[in-house]
Design a protein around this ligand. Sequence first.
Ligand code: ATP
Ligand code: TPS
Ligand code: MG
Length: 370
Amino acid sequence: MGTVSGMGERAIIASITEAFGSASASEASHPKAGTGGADGLAQVLSRVVVANGDDAAVVAANARMVFTMDTSVEGQDFMLTWPSGAKTDARLLGFKCAAQNLSDINAMGARTRYLLVSLSFPGDIEETWPAEFAAGMRQACDELGAPGAELIGGDVSAAESVAVSITAIGELGADSTPLVRSAAQPGDGVYLAGRIPGISGTALNELLSPQVGGLRASEAEPQRALAAHFVPAPPLAVGPALAAREHRIASIDTSDGVVRDATRIAQASDVAVALDEAVINSFAAQLAESWNLTAQEARHNVLYGGEDFNLLFTLPAGAEAPSIDGVAIRRIGTVEQLSQPDTRSGTEPGAYIAGRRLDETLGFDHYSGV
Ligand SMILES: Nc1ncnc2c1ncn2[C@@H]1O[C@H](COP(=O)(O)OP(=O)(O)OP(=O)(O)O)[C@@H](O)[C@H]1O
Ligand SMILES: Cc1ncc(C[n+]2csc(CCOP(=O)(O)O)c2C)c(N)n1
Ligand SMILES: [Mg+2]
């Protein structure tokens, strides 16, 4: 098979836009405002006026639009060939890079409508690589619940290694409130929607474990680790459903680990997030069982493993957690006031378990120096 070298930018871009295709059915076929259900499901308040292919795209909007971007760099955020020997194909990478942007839009309570993607890669990658990457992005949008997302622009450039930067633009429902990190108050319940935390981090550890003659799980099951890490399940129905509620709700997606992201809510809201030890232990037991970890490893990964892209949110006491088909939503703790004699939390905003402050620096940070 040939490489991208000699294809020319024009043909590469055409292969990307063709592979991403146009938005699939559900949302696109209900383009009028107000046609959605109570959670604003099919509500579409903006439209493309000048599509991909010109100097820039033009969108007409009659809504509050939500913007985010995320960059993934080979060696820092993924490897094409892992120390375990597993290989990341373009489709998997496209899926994950799209999913992490869809997750940030979800964490604000919005639905992703538009994507822009900047791709840099060496000339010797296969000519089908950019299109496969775009097909992975499309798959993430369709399977995770953003079927109306359109690719309105991007860029391609050559580089010695692969780097991806995606911008996602979402739309907030007409009667929705953005889900900010600073809205938590003492007494609120803390909830987690999505998979058991720690799955992605556990799979990452497997991918990063060097092959050593023996029987590593990553050798036996590289596909399992690749899927667990590269196919996250951000619960895209939950953010918009929460934002459509009357309640005061804080939310964040768990990209850097439960503790680090809970700490971000705690700091933005000036509160303590007290995690329920029994719930954390039960997550750890399930993770230990399915990934053959020690209890200690499992607990560490539940608390500090990154890139699960679950939704961590608060609800005022008495407010019922939403019930959404196919999504596990569990109460994992309580928001507490800082340094009150009747609570076991400390004086510093942060995440706590049984009165002990959890060290958020154990979560992921590109520049932590470890
Ligand atoms: N280079 C930058 N210039 C301007 N703002 C930035 C830059 N890098 C990050 N930010 C902003 O800093 C804020 C905090 O970033 P943080 O990493 O906590 O959140 P995030 O973008 O949700 O992370 P994640 O991608 O892990 O979900 C975000 O609002 C982000 O847009
Ligand atoms: C090779 C390799 N090394 C380390 C990691 C771990 N990692 C990278 S980015 C990130 C958090 C989210 O990033 P951001 O905050 O930029 O969205 C985590 C936990 C990885 N995936 N691959
Ligand atoms: Mg985020």
